[in-house]
Design a protein around this ligand. Sequence first.
Ligand SMILES: [Zn+2]
Length: 88
Amino acid sequence: MANGNFGVCAGCRQQIMWIRTRAGKNMPVNPQMLSYRADPSGVEKIVTQYGDVVTGVTGVDPEQADGIGYISHFATCPQSRNYRRKRA
Ligand SMILES: [Zn+2]
């Protein structure tokens, strides 16, 4: 089945894209493709076109990038607090 089903975030109504990760989980991402560099100390979760979830940084120079991916919508969603449960 092809990746890349578009949808709308129930929280903020922005367009999102669903990507199926290798773990078989559907993950909402922002539809913009970004070049990323894998970095275990990075603050972003990037999902590649192939469904790999990578920790790293985006906005890197193309020659320094490891590839192209999408960033988790929850990282940028203004309504994401509604999805997260508080932990005591
Ligand atoms: Zn949203």
